[in-house]
Write a protein that binds this ligand. Structure first.
Ligand SMILES: C[S@@+](CC[C@H](N)C(=O)[O-])C[C@H]1O[C@@H](n2cnc3c(N)ncnc32)[C@H](O)[C@@H]1O
Length: 316
């Protein structure tokens, strides 16, 4: 007989202290607006938390846990919801069947493929440029300073505030005015008008000479100062600040990084979930932006430390 699950209404400003799957299975279907998270990476740092994910005996076991997890996220996300998952990789520490010791395990690629196979829509793979990534002394491959963040949704008609993350254009290339500058014959504006566009032939004829500024003959190109915004693209360049590390946790997001996803992925009155809350960065970012938040965490110490850092909230 299948186990009866009693659902709860998740409460904002709460960290649920348990194994992530125990908590998520109790959340109602279609109840979360935005998910921002970074699960434990396979075979990476050991945070000393008993029962923490990432220490499975094989990468296959880890990926099958992640598969159950990703399907639970798909269930609890609202139809217009968004999900941002940062997951990185590790190198195989031993031979495992045909997988050779020393190979990159390609966990992010395998995880994202299984998401798409199970019905998630992948909108982007955002590359997080980690200028402060751990340095490497290894001589056989390059320093590893990028990590992917998968931008996943349930439907193409999802919430997305692109305007909130647009960036300014750096170059203004449109010129509005090509005036012949004629030092000997006085004011250009009087002779040619404000918006005179010299032809290519005129430009050829009056090659600029190098006499003193007052009397040379040549051209002035005037550029229109257009202040437009553009889509920021998929490279996210955010480095941790000292204040981001105000915790004993070894694997924290920069606050600005979590804010970026919440700003574009969660509506004003929406609720953000971080199923691997760690030091509480996602909650802190949600508070900064006036959004509601919920977290899951296995370690009581980290959860308590998070609440101190956020300055508000409770454990459940
Ligand atoms: C990579 S850290 C997240 C860090 C977080 N993004 C931050 O900025 O602080 C992953 C967290 O997941 C917790 N964790 C690991 N396995 C878990 C599980 N099975 N259920 C709930 N939390 C778990 C760990 O204790 C750790 O704090």
């Amino acid at each position: 007989m299948s186990k009866q699950i009693s659902r709860i209404k998740p409460e904002s400003r709460t960290i649920y202290l348990d194994d992530v799957m125990e908590t998520l299975t109790r959340f109602p279907t279609n109840s979360i607006d935005c998910i921002v998270t970074s699960p434990m990476y396979y075979n990476d740092i050991n945070l000393g938390v008993k029962g923490a994910w990432g220490n499975e005996s094989s990468v296959f076991e880890f990926l099958s846990k992640m598969r159950v997890f990703q399907n639970e996220l798909l269930r609890i996300l609202k139809p217009r919801g968004t999900c941002f998952i940062n997951i990185s990789d590790s190198y195989a520490k031993k031979n495992h069947g045909s997988i050779k010791k020393g190979t990159k395990l390609m966990v992010p690629e395998q995880f994202s493929s299984q998401c798409v196979l199970d019905g998630w829509i992948c909108e982007n793979v955002i590359e997080w440029l980690k200028r402060d990534a751990f340095p490497t002394s290894v001589q056989t491959h390059l320093w590893w300073n990028m990590e992917p963040v998968y931008f996943l949704v349930k439907n193409k008609q999802h919430y997305f505030d692109l305007q909130s993350v647009k960036i300014s254009r750096i170059h203004n290339t449109k010129y509005v005015n090509r005036r012949i500058r004629d030092g000997a014959n006085g004011s250009l504006t009087k002779r040619f008008g404000e918006k005179y566009m010299a032809s290519d032939e005129e430009i050829e004829k009056f090659k600029q000479d190098k006499r003193s500024r007052g009397d040379y003959t040549g051209f002035n190109l005037r550029y229109e100062n257009t202040k437009t915004d553009k889509n920021p693209g998929c490279l996210l360049d955010v480095t941790r600040k000292k204040s981001d590390m105000a915790s004993s946790h070894l694997a924290t997001f920069p606050v600005k990084f979590a804010e970026w996803f919440i700003r574009c992925g969660c509506p004003q009155n929406g609720i953000v979930l971080d199923p691997f809350m760690g030091s509480g960065t996602t909650a802190l970012a949600a508070e900064n932006l006036g959004r509601k938040w919920i977290g899951c965490e296995l370690s009581k110490n980290f959860a308590k430390e998070s609440l101190n850092r956020i300055g508000v909230g409770k454990l459940a």
